[in-house]
Design a protein around this ligand. Structure first.
Ligand code: B3K
Ligand code: ZN
Length: 875
C-alpha cells in the first residue's frame, strides 16, 4: 500500500531481464516475529556489457534491509538505492555475487502472501509476487534459477522443515535449533519457491512412474487430521498415472510433498515438489465432506500436479501469459475429472460455471482478454476468464485438431519449451507446427474480451433437399475494445430427423457424407453451410458439448426445445434444451405472464423424472432450474427479487404437480449399502437430494428433510437436508442448525458449511442474520475460508437475500474496507457484486455507486481494491 495511485503495467513494455541469477542460496532463521533471510546470488549480465552497464533491480516489499555485500565486500548505503518496492545496484559488474540480508515479521503477515504463520506453522505463498515480501529478488517469472535453501528453527516447535527439491543436509545447532538444507535441481522462477516449518503429521506413500522411478509421496497435515487424507493421496496417485497415460508426462523429482494449511487465499499452490493447499482441498472423510468436496479435492490435487509440466517445467514469460499455464491446466484437470467421473456431468458443471460467472465477468467492468494487455494488480487477474475461458480456448484447439493431433502438439510444446518461460503464442505455435495447420485466426480468442454471440438462421429447400445453416457472429464492445475482429469458432453440429435420428452429413462440394456429426468452423462474420440430400426439414443440434464459449441464439421454438429434451443424442445439449426452455418460462413470468406452470416444461420434467434408464446424475442436472445468476445474465435490467420469486413459483409448481413421482423416486433411490464415493453412488445421492429439494417446498414435507438430517451417516445427505430445511425456513430448521453446530463446531471446514448455509438463505432478514453471524465467536476476518463462507456466501450466492435491502450494499462496503486492511486479495474478491451496479434499477444502482465511491475515498486502500473499484466506476 502506498500513498501514490497504483500504476498499470503494460504487456507492450515487456523487455527481457537485464540480469540472470545463476544460483541462489537462501538461509531462513525462523522466528514468528523476526525471521532473518540471507540470500546469496550469483548474478550475470543478460546484455552485452560492452554497450554500457545497466542497473540491477531487485523487487522487495515490506522488508527490513539488514545488509548488502558484493563479492564478499560490504556495500554501504551509498552503493545501492532503496525505495518502497525496489533495491537497485546502479553499476554492477557483468558477473558478481550478491548477498542480501533482510528481516521480516511473518506473524504480522495477515495478507497471506510471502512468508506467514498459519495455525502456528510457517508457510509461504509466492505466486504471483509474494517472493519479494521474503527477500530482494528480480521477482518475475522469466528469471529462473536453481535454489538451495537452508531452514533453521527451534526443533521442538518446528520439527518438520521443508522446501523444494531434495533434502541434502540436516543437523542440530545450539539453543535447541536444528536445520535442514534442500536443493532443487530444477530451474524455477521465484513464484514457485516454497517453505514450510511446523509440527505436522506426515502420511507417506509412494508411486512408481512409467519409467520405473520410485517417487516418495508425503502429505503433511495437522495432528488429528490423519484420518482425512486417504482420498487426497489416492487422488494424487490417480493424477500421476493419468498424466502419464494421456499426456506422456512423468514426474521428475524424487519426492512430491503436499502440505495442508487452514489459512490460504485460494485453493492451492503448485510450488515445485512442495504443493501448499488450503486444507479444504485435502481433508475429507465421508462424515465431514460432501460428494462435491470429494470430487473437488480430486480435481484440485490433479490440477496442481498437472502444473508440474504445464506451469513449472514450462512456465510463463510474464504475468500477461497467466492463462498459458492456468487455461491449459484447467483444461487438463477437466479432462481428468471427466475420465474419473462422468464426462457429461463434468461438462454441464463447467459450462454452468462459465455461463453464470465468466460470462458476467466478460460483460462487466473488469472484462479482460485471456491474455490481458495491462493490469494494476496481478492478483486481480486470477479470474474465471483466465482460468475457465482460457480452458475453453484450449478445448477449442482440441476440438479443431482432434485428440491425436492435439497430443502431438502438446508433446512438441513440452519438448520445445522444457525449462523455458514462454507465451501463449508459443503454445499455439507448437500446436500449429506439430500438425502443419494455421491457427492464426485463433489469436483473437487470446486478444479480445467479451463473449461472442452466434446467431443462427436456417432454411430448408424441400425441392432441392438442401438445408442451409447461416451462422452470424458478433462480439459486444468491452472496456478499451470498442471494435472486435471475427473469431474462429468451432460449432459442432448434427441434424436430427423428426424421428430423432442423426442424419448423415454431406456438405455442398463433398462427394460423400462424412459421419453424422461435424465441426463447422466459423471464421467470417457470417458463413452459410449447405447440407445436401436432407430428406425432410431437420432440427439442428448446434454447439454440441458446448464446443465454443459463445452465446448461441439458435432460434428454437418451445416445441423444438421440448423435442431436443427428448431426442438429442448429445448429453450436454439435451440438458441445455431443458435449461433454455425453463429459462424462457421463468423470464415470461418475470415479464408478467399469468402465474401458471408451463405444460411443456412440466411434461418434460415428469418424463425425465420417471425415466430410470437415464444416469441419475444427469437426471439431477436436468431437473435443476437455471440458477438465479444465470437468469440474471440473460436479462437487460436485473431484478433479483423478481427472478427469485418467479423461479420459486416454478419450483413449487413442479413439486406440487410431480409430488408423488418425486416422493417415489426419493424412496427408491435410498442407498441400502455402505457409503461409497464412486460415480454411481454419488449420482444416486445427487438425484435423491434433488428430489428432496423439490419436496421440501411443499407443506407437510419438511419432516422428510428433518428425518434425513437425523438419519444421515454422511455429510452429503446431512448437508442436503440442512440446506433444504434452512433455505426454506422449514419447521425445526433451527433445531437442526443447533444440532449441527454442537456436533461440528470443532472442525473448521465443517463449521464453514454451517456458516455458509445460513448466509445463503434467501428468506427476508438475510442481512440481519449475516450481521449476527459476523458477531459469532467463531467468526474471524483473518481466515479466508471463514470470510468466504459468511460474506462470500451472502453477497455471491444469495442474490435475493443480498439485494433485498439497500443497506446490504453499505454493509458490504464496510466489510471490504475493514478486510482490506488485513487481506487485500480477499477484499478485492468480495467487491464482485458491487462492480455490476449498472445492471440494476436506479435506486440500487445509486447506492452501489455511492458505496464504491466511498471505498475509493478511504485513505491507503490497497492496489487490489483500488483497481477493481476504479475500473467499475469508470466503465
Ligand atoms: N497458481 C495458483 C494460484 C495463485 C494465485 C495467486 N494470487 C493456484 C492454481 O491455479 O493452481
Ligand atoms: Zn492453476
Amino acid at each position: 500500500m502506498s500513498e501514490s495511485q497504483p500504476q498499470a503495467v503494460y504487456l507492450k513494455d515487456y523487455t527481457a531481464p537485464d540480469y540472470r541469477i545463476e544460483t541462489i542460496n537462501l538461509r531462513f532463521d525462523l522466528d514468528p516475529e523476526a525471521t532473518t533471510v540471507t540470500s546469496r546470488m550469483e548474478v550475470r549480465a543478460n546484455y552485452d556489457p560492452a554497450e554500457g552497464r545497466r542497473p540491477f533491480v531487485l523487487n522487495g516489499q515490506e522488508l527490513e534491509l539488514v545488509s548488502v555485500s558484493m563479492d564478499h565486500d560490504p556495500v554501504g548505503d551509498e552503493g545501492y538505492e532503496i525505495s518502497d518496492d525496489t533495491l537497485v545496484i546502479p553499476h554492477p559488474p557483468a558477473h558478481f555475487h550478491l548477498e542480501v540480508v533482510t528481516r521480516i515479521n511473518p506473524s504480522a503477515n495477515t495478507a497471506l502472501e510471502g512468508l506467514y504463520v498459519s495455525g502456528g506453522n510457517f508457510c509461504t505463498q509466492c505466486e504471483a509476487e509474494g517472493f519479494r515480501k521474503i527477500t530482494y529478488f528480480p521477482d518475475r517469472p522469466d528469471v529462473m534459477t536453481r535454489f538451495t535453501t537452508t531452514v533453521v528453527a527451534d526443533r521442538k516447535e518446528y520439527p518438520v522443515l521443508l522446501s523444494n527439491g531434495d533434502r541434502i543436509d540436516s543437523g542440530e545447532l545450539e539453543d535447541g535449533r536444528h536445520y535442514v538444507t534442500w536443493h532443487d535441481p530444477s530451474l524455477k522462477p521465484s513464484y514457485l519457491f516454497a517453505l514450510v516449518a511446523g509440527d505436522l503429521a506426515c502420511i507417506a506413500d509412494h508411486f512408481t512412474t512409467m519409467s520405473g522411478k520410485e517417487v516418495k509421496l508425503e502429505l503433511y497435515v495437522q495432528y488429528g487430521n490423519e484420518d482425512k487424507t486417504e482420498h487426497a493421496m489416492r487422488s494424487l496417485k490417480k493424477a500421476m498415472r493419468w498424466d502419464e497415460e494421456v499426456y506422456g508426462r512423468e514426474y521428475d523429482l524424487n519426492t512430491y510433498m503436499i502440505v495442508a494449511v487452514d489459512d490460504f487465499n485460494m485453493g492451492a499452490m503448485e510450488n515445485k515438489g512442495l504443493n501448499i493447499f488450503n486444507s479444504r482441498f485435502i481433508l475429507a472423510k465421508p462424515e465431514t465432506a460432501t460428494d462435491m468436496d470429494f470430487v473437488n479435492i480430486e480435481g484440485v490435487i490433479a490440477h496442481e500436479y498437472f502444473h508440474n509440466w504445464s506451469g513449472n517445467r514450462v512456465t510463463c514469460r510474464d504475468w500477461f501469459q497467466l492463462s498459458l499455464k492456468e487455461g491449459f491446466t484447467v483444461f487438463r484437470d477437466s479432462q481428468f475429472t471427466a475420465d474419473m467421473t462422468s464426462p457429461a456431468v463434468k461438462r454441464i458443471d463447467d459450462v454452468s460455471l462459465l455461463r453464470t460467472r465468466q460470462f458476467a465477468e466478460d460483460a462487466g467492468p473488469m472484462a479482460h482478454p485471456i491474455r490481458p494487455d495491462s493490469y494494476v494488480e496481478i492478483n486481480n487477474f486470477y479470474t474465471l476468464t483466465i482460468y475457465e475461458k482460457g480452458a475453453e480456448v484450449v478445448r477449442m484447439i482440441h476440438t479443431l485438431l482432434g485428440p491425436e493431433r492435439f497430443r502431438k502438439g502438446s508433446d512438441l510444446y513440452f519438448k520445445r519449451h522444457d525449462g523455458q518461460a514462454v507465451t501463449t503464442d508459443d503454445f499455439v505455435r507448437a500446436m500449429e507446427d506439430a500438425n502443419g495447420v494455421d491457427l492464426s485466426r485463433f489469436s483473437h480468442w487470446y486478444e479480445q474480451a467479451g463473449t461472442p454471440r452466434v446467431e443462427v438462421e436456417r432454411a430448408y429447400d424441400a425441392a432441392a433437399k438442401q438445408y442451409r445453416l447461416t451462422l452470424r457472429q458478433s462480439c459486444p464492445p468491452t472496456p478499451g475494445q470498442p471494435e472486435k475482429a471475427p473469431c474462429q469458432i468451432p460449432v459442432k453440429t448434427a441434424l436430427l430427423s423428426r424421428e430423432g435420428a442423426a442424419l448423415p452429413l454431406r456438405l455442398a462440394g463433398e462427394s460423400q457424407a462424412g459421419g453424422s456429426e461435424r465441426v463447422l468452423v466459423l471464421n467470417e462474420p457470417d458463413q452459410t453451410f449447405i447440407f445436401e440430400e436432407i430428406p425432410a426439414e431437420p432440427v439442428p443440434s448446434l454447439l454440441r458439448a458446448f464446443s465454443a464459449p459463445v452465446k448461441l441464439e439458435g432460434g428454437y421454438s418451445d416445441e423444438e426445445l421440448a423435442f431436443l429434451m427428448g431426442n438429442e443424442t448429445d448429453d450436454f445439449n439435451r440438458w441445455d434444451a431443458g435449461q433454455q426452455l425453463a429459462l424462457r418460462v421463468i423470464v415470461r413470468l418475470i415479464e408478467g405472464a399469468p402465474r401458471e406452470l408451463d405444460r411443456g416444461l412440466s411434461a418434460a420434467f415428469g418424463k425425465i423424472l420417471a425415466d430410470d434408464r437415464l444416469d441419475p446424475a444427469l437426471v439431477a442436472e436436468a431437473l435443476a432450474l437455471p440458477p438465479e445468476e444465470y437468469i440474471a445474465e440473460c436479462m437487460d435490467e436485473v431484478d433479483p427479487l423478481a427472478i427469485h420469486e418467479a423461479r420459486q413459483f416454478v419450483r413449487i409448481a413442479l413439486a406440487e404437480t410431480h409430488h408423488e413421482a418425486l416422493a417415489a423416486r426419493y424412496t427408491a433411490l435410498a442407498d441400502p449399502g455402505p457409503y461409497r464415493v464412486e460415480a454411481d453412488a454419488m449420482g444416486r445421492r445427487r438425484l435423491r437430494n434433488a428430489c428432496l429439494a423439490y419436496l421440501v417446498q411443499l407443506e407437510g414435507e419438511s419432516e422428510r428433510a428433518f428425518a434425513q438430517y437425523e438419519a444421515a451417516g454422511n455429510m452429503t445427505d446431512s448437508m442436503a437436508a440442512l440446506v433444504a430445511l434452512v433455505h426454506n425456513a422449514a419447521p425445526r430448521y433451527d433445531e437442526a442448525l443447533q444440532h449441527f453446530y454442537q456436533r461440528w463446531h470443532e472442525d473448521p471446514l465443517v463449521l464453514d458449511k454451517w456458516f455458509a448455509v445460513q448466509a445463503a438463505a434467501p428468506a427476508p432478514g438475510a442481512l440481519e442474520r449475516v450481521r449476527k453471524l459476523l458477531d459469532h465467536p467463531d467468526f474471524t476476518m483473518r481466515n479466508p475460508n471463514r470470510v468466504r463462507s459468511v460474506i462470500g456466501a451472502f453477497v455471491m450466492r444469495n442474490p435475493a437475500g443480498f439485494h433485498r435491502d439497500l443497506a446490504a450494499y453499505t454493509f458490504l462496503a464496510d466489510q471490504i474496507i475493514s478486510l482490506d486492511r488485513l487481506n487485500p486479495q480477499v477484499a478485492a474478491r468480495m467487491l464482485d457484486p458491487l462492480t455490476r451496479w449498472k445492471r440494476y434499477d436506479e435506486s440500487r444502482r445509486n447506492v452501489m455507486k455511492e458505496e464504491l465511491e466511498r471505498i475509493l475515498r478511504v485513505p491507503r486502500i490497497s492496489s487490489d481494491v483500488y483497481e477493481v473499484v476504479s475500473k467499475s466506476l469508470a466503465a
